[in-house]
Design a protein around this ligand. Structure first.
Ligand SMILES: Nc1ncnc2c1ncn2[C@@H]1O[C@H](COP(=O)(O)OP(=O)(O)O)[C@@H](O)[C@H]1O
Ligand SMILES: [Mg+2]
Length: 343
């Protein structure tokens, strides 16, 4: 009889695929080699990360001494390619704390109960890692909006699955702070305004940190850093000029520009021509490259903030940057041409 009951239950429950379930050992903490010195610019972000995350994980005694509550989570936001993932990794490296990078898409499963299991597994792994090394562990959720988005405008089934995934995640987060585990959770997103209000509640991701575009001097530093990887005899670049011609570009865009320039020069060298990476080549490539992605992102951000009323206060740094950027958009093409001929 009991066998029959089990069978009846089995047929009425949705398919289960335990072999697809993620076990906690699937999340391997990485010992990051990156340091803050590898991160160009973003000085304020570095300071804040040092003060909040670094100190709370490395000076636990002090926190106890002063009866100061530790922060649990921090939300990084900003345009794509600005260095959110990069700085999170550098933070882990700087304080020699392991970091577990969670891929949201992998955590969400179509099978009932699997998502919750996956999320529980990752939190368990983070806590085990923290206990093992005695210092703590950073859990990083990239593309956080994939799980924490407001669910309006979604198919009902999908919305319900996401809702339960997010609820599980928030419950796990609350558990971490109740048990006072040495875990710090960082989430990154390009669309912070899309996040569910429950995510930004006190004790969760109440602090938001803007990771913006590099200013002129930082663009120059990044170009120098990327070009320094090439042998000196093939580089003849006035980085200041290239930095001028790349107003509004992200760090990732600049890195790609360097890479494209290297590829171009290399091909010419292989074809028997001069294979130098020159200022002219870089500015020419820059003027042909479409990096409108950032401008679009800022325009969209500006629109979103406009409709938010007072709530946009938390986005003050983004607002400031988006205003200067989009106002500048009209003269942007002019500047590119200008920098081609004047210098
Ligand atoms: N501040 C920075 N300093 C040096 N390199 C950077 C910086 N920001 C981004 N990069 C480079 O650009 C790449 C993409 O950045 P990433 O952190 O993935 O951007 P995001 O997560 O904000 O979309 C990085 O792997 C890194 O090589
Ligand atoms: Mg990223």
């Amino acid at each position: 009889m009991p066998i029959e009951i089990t069978k009846a239950e089995e047929t009425s429950t949705p398919p289960q695929k335990p072999e697809q379930s993620i076990s906690s050992s699937d999340f391997i903490p990485t010992e990051e080699k990156l340091r803050f010195k590898d991160v160009v610019g973003l000085d304020e972000a570095k300071q804040l990360l040092k003060r909040t995350v670094g100190m709370s994980l490395t000076h636990k005694d002090e926190y106890e001494h002063y009866g100061k509550e530790r922060k649990l989570g921090l939300l990084l936001y900003g345009p794509p390619g600005s260095g959110k993932t990069f700085i999170a990794k550098a933070l882990a490296g700087e304080f020699a704390i392991p970091i577990i990078i969670a891929n949201i898409a992998e955590l969400i499963s179509e099978y009932v109960g699997e998502t919750a299991k996956n999320i529980a597994a990752i939190f368990k792994q983070v806590n085990d890692t923290a206990k093992e090394n005695g210092k703590g562990c950073i859990l990083f959720f990239d593309e956080f909006d994939a799980i924490a988005r407001k669910r309006s405008g979604r198919a009902e089934g999908e919305a319900a699955a996401l809702r339960s995934a997010l609820d599980t995640l928030l419950t796990e987060m609350d558990g971490v702070s109740q048990r006072n585990e040495d875990t710090f959770i960082i989430a990154a997103t390009n669309m912070p305004w899309e996040l569910d209000a429950a995510v930004k509640r006190a004790g969760r991701f109440e602090d938001m940190l803007y990771i913006g575009l590099p200013k002129l001097s930082d663009r120059r530093k990044l170009l120098k850093k990327e070009l320094a990887r090439a042998s000196k005899d093939v580089v003849s670049v006035w980085t200041w000029r290239v930095a001028r011609a790349t107003y509004g570009w992200s760090n990732a865009d600049l890195k790609k520009l360097c890479d494209d320039s290297k590829a171009f020069a290399m091909e010419r060298k292989i074809a028997g021509k001069s294979g130098k990476i020159t200022t002219g080549l870089m500015v020419w490539l820059a003027s042909r490259t479409k990096t409108a992605g950032n401008i679009e992102w800022f325009a969209q951000a500006k629109d979103t903030l406009k409709n938010m009323g007072d709530a946009d206060q938390v986005y003050a740094p983004l607002k400031k940057e988006s205003e200067s950027l989009t106002d500048f958009q009209e003269v942007k093409s002019f500047i590119r041409i200008f920098s081609l001929y004047i210098f």
